[in-house]
Design a protein around this ligand. Structure first.
Ligand SMILES: Nc1ncnc2c1ncn2[C@@H]1O[C@H](COP(=O)(O)OP(=O)(O)OP(=O)(O)O)[C@@H](O)[C@H]1O
Ligand SMILES: NCC(=O)N[C@@H]1O[C@H](COP(=O)([O-])[O-])[C@@H](O)[C@H]1O
Ligand SMILES: [Mg+2]
Length: 387
């Protein structure tokens, strides 16, 4: 079965998805807003468009007539997806899933109000003045995020009244698309946070991967590890919530469902209806199928006999520090010489401070003290520097 995929977003996650698809003979056209994006380098064809422009999206869908549309980022004119579904194209995992998660509001209201999942207390604000009001209702400290952004862009924590004006300004600078609105969330004093990769299937039960732990800085992930140590009750609660929210969104594919584990229980945070950045740890061979292979199998309706932990693993990001073009990397021999270690360099054509350019991957036998694997991954990532 040779199917045609239109991949909307061509970063590092898309690149691994394309590789998984190519390995079983599928055809992929990779799309992003700039030429030379990572997934374009390994796809059959590519398109450069503004994915928030509905007419531009319509034009490439009409041109390529894909079997599947696979969103890889959030900032897409996802309202158009319902129409593509009516045309008989499968939007992955579903038009609703992509549309509800493009903007933090729809998914948060669905999770809290409709499904009754426990989330941080929250409000919305559309101006500095209404932000002031929202902060007074939610209480401090609180976290402000643009409704449309990812990887922590435009996100900041308000600790005192004096932070409010700056938080609004910063959120507007980090906001994508045409949305002038933020969510204000009470700060959850969590003990740890996890991503529960959840696979929904056309036929067959919803499957859960072993939980992934991660550490974030500036709202972006720095290290992730699998398995995360989570007590049985909390894990069951997270699975129950992930099952509910993915069922409400519909379709087949992998979801990265994010939770905060606090003393008073499990909080649903948000979810990606596609492979998750913290799930790159599965590239360390932690599971029988990595998250990209699972997404592909679920999309194609290929059976997944089960998901098993094969070994312990950790990933640590390799970041840029300056703005520049065509970066070169040093320290590759140093990282390559490390045992039970691998790495990916994404091939992004330009750099900016904190842009994720690669990832170090370490593994060891299942049951190894996971903290030591994370430590090795950090040391491995630190060997690689950008010029
Ligand atoms: N209410 C909160 N309380 C405490 N910490 C928070 C809260 N909201 C977010 N954070 C911290 O910021 C991180 C990023 O937040 P969130 O996942 O909402 O941002 P994002 O921009 O959608 O990131 P990504 O797209 O990479 O998942 C979280 O993983 C967590 O560490
Ligand atoms: N948290 C979401 C996430 O990690 N998304 C991944 O980052 C890429 C954008 O990177 P860029 O901003 O460096 O172009 C996206 O295309 C996706 O692969
Ligand atoms: Mg997140």
């Amino acid at each position: 079965m040779n199917k045609k995929f239109l991949l909307l977003g061509s970063g590092e996650l898309g690149k691994e998805f394309v590789i998984a698809a190519q390995r079983i003979g599928q055809t992929v056209i990779a799309v992003d807003s700039y030429a030379g994006a990572p997934a374009m380098q390994v796809a059959h064809g590519f398109e450069v468009i503004n994915m928030l422009d509905g007419a531009a999206l319509d034009a490439i869908v009409a041109k390529h007539r894909p079997d599947f549309i696979v969103p890889e980022i959030e900032a897409i004119r996802t309202e158009r997806f319902y129409d593509y579904e009516r045309q008989g194209i499968t939007v992955v995992p579903s038009a609703k899933a992509a549309n509800f998660t493009m903007n933090r509001k729809a998914i948060r209201d669905l999770a809290t109000k409709e499904l009754g999942l426990r989330t941080a207390n929250y409000r919305y604000a559309t101006s500095e003045a209404t932000l002031q009001q929202a902060v007074s209702e939610v209480g401090m400290p609180c976290v402000v995020k643009p409704l449309m952004s990812s990887s922590g862009k435009g996100q900041s924590t308000i600790k005192s009244e004096a932070d409010i004006a700056r938080a609004w300004q910063y959120a507007m600078e980090g906001s994508r698309g045409d949305v002038v609105e933020v969510i204000v969330e009470a700060f959850v004093n969590f003990e740890s946070e996890i991503t529960l990769l959840t696979v929904t299937q056309h036929q067959g039960p919803t499957l859960f991967c072993p939980p992934i732990g991660h550490r974030q800085e500036r709202g972006d992930y720095q290290e992730s590890w699998q398995p995360a140590l989570v007590n049985v009750t909390a894990l069951e609660e997270a699975k129950m919530m992930a099952g509910k929210v993915t069922e409400a969104l519909g379709g087949a594919g992998i979801f990265g469902v994010e939770f905060f584990l606090a003393k008073d229980g499990v909080y649903f945070s948000e979810l990606s209806p596609r492979p998750h950045d913290t799930g790159m740890v599965t590239l360390a061979g932690t599971q029988n199928f990595n998250e990209f292979e699972l997404h592909l199998r679920a999309i194609l309706g290929l059976p997944i006999s089960g998901i098993h932990l094969e070994r312990a693993g950790a990933s640590a990001v390799i970041l840029a520090h300056h703005t520049g073009e065509q970066p070169t990397f040093s320290g590759l021999a140093a990282i390559a010489s490390l045992p039970k270690t691998d790495f990916r360099l994404f091939g992004k054509p330009s750099t900016r401070p904190y842009r994720r350019m690669g990832v170090a991957l370490c593994y060891d036998d299942a049951g190894t003290d996971i903290a030591s694997v994370v430590e090795r991954a950090k040391e491995a990532a630190a060997k690689v520097t950008l010029d």
